[in-house]
Design a protein around this ligand. Structure first.
Ligand SMILES: [Cu+2]
Length: 330
């Protein structure tokens, strides 16, 4: 019995890793792509090879963890009942068992090796940078992101989180906004803005506290290098569906890469506790076709903000029926 149980954990681990290696993926409840869905339990759907590999590694490790936990639990229950005072009144005086001692040293080592090999493979994938088609320099600031496009003439997209105030101002126009809210302040103003803006958020098809005023745009199926740094404290550039998570450290430049395989809107948040408004500096990436990207980048290079917005509005309508905030009033 003991011998059989001793082998069950590594066998389960092996079966689990083999199953995953050959493409079996545990059924997932429907998970959001680019942002989480209400009530979602699992990870956000993968849009890059790296994210897919992270998910497989996560699943494999989970299977091993569960197998070990179940094994230890069964072993403890067995020992508790089999060797209790009642069922085993005269305990044996055995102190050493060479086979058992070798087994409980070697088997954990094998399990760790089984985890280490795919883990190093994943690290290799993440830190072997394919030749870039586009480079973006993401600069963290307290508390917003600046994204420079150095190989597109160096234009900068500054992303601030969209607030209830910003969407209401865009919807109503500055004068009407003032007229409606000038009598309110403090929490009553926040409450009124929160209530009134719900309809506008729905119309824009933008998630509150993830959406930004100016999203960045990248082409689909192209290698994008992201260089991160910071102007003040340590921030972190994260997009869950891309499997991207990289610290932005002042005075240093770090690099990550992704190749998004799906078009659409992808959201992330600063993931390094950076201070007061840490929770309010999201990152928004719009993945578009190459031709749309070129059109947008051309307009940005020519400093034609209106044209760039039109390009984004058209593609937002195609992707999710949404709008850019600047078009909220129309
Ligand atoms: Cu931050």
């Amino acid at each position: 019995m003991l011998k059989r149980m001793l082998w069950s954990a590594p066998v389960a681990a092996l079966v689990g890793s083999l199953a995953l290696m050959f493409g079996f993926e545990p059924a997932r409840a429907e998970n959001g792509l680019g942002q989480s869905l209400p009530g979602q339990m699992g990870l956000q759907e993968a849009a890059t090879e790296v994210a897919r590999e992270i998910h497989l590694f996560y699943d494999m490790t989970n299977i091993i963890i569960i197998a070990i936990a179940v094994f230890v639990l069964l072993l403890m229950l067995y020992v508790m009942f089999r060797f209790s005072e009642k069922s085993n009144p005269t305990p044996s005086k055995t102190t050493h068992n060479t086979i058992l001692e070798v087994a409980w040293t070697v088997i954990p080592i094998l399990i760790l090796v089984a985890i280490a090999i795919p883990s190093f493979k994943l690290l290799m994938l993440q830190y072997t940078y394919p030749k870039p088609d586009l480079t973006i320099k993401a600069v963290g600031n307290a508390w917003f992101w600046e994204h420079q496009y150095p190989d597109q003439g160096g234009f900068i997209v500054t992303s601030n989180m969209l607030t209830d105030k910003a969407v209401m101002e865009a919807k109503l126009g500055k004068d009407e906004y003032k007229k409606r809210y000038s009598g309110l302040e403090g929490t009553s103003l926040s409450k009124a803005l929160y209530d009134d803006s719900q309809a506008v958020w729905n119309e824009l098809k933008k998630p509150r506290q993830l959406a930004v005023d100016n999203e960045i745009v990248v082409p689909v199926n192209k290698v994008v290098h992201v260089l991160t740094t910071s102007n003040d404290v340590i921030h972190n550039w994260t997009i869950p569906s891309f499997g991207s998570k990289l610290d932005a450290v002042p005075g240093r430049v770090a690099a990550t890469w992704f190749r998004a395989e799906k078009e659409g809107m992808f959201y992330g948040q600063c993931s390094e506790l950076c201070g007061l408004n840490h929770a309010y500096m999201p990152i928004a990436v719009r993945v578009v076709s190459e031709s749309v990207f070129n059109e947008w980048a051309g307009a940005m290079k020519a400093k034609d903000k209106r044209k760039a917005r039109e390009v984004l509005d058209k593609v937002a309508l195609e992707h999710d029926g949404g709008k850019t905030v600047a078009s909220a009033a129309n």
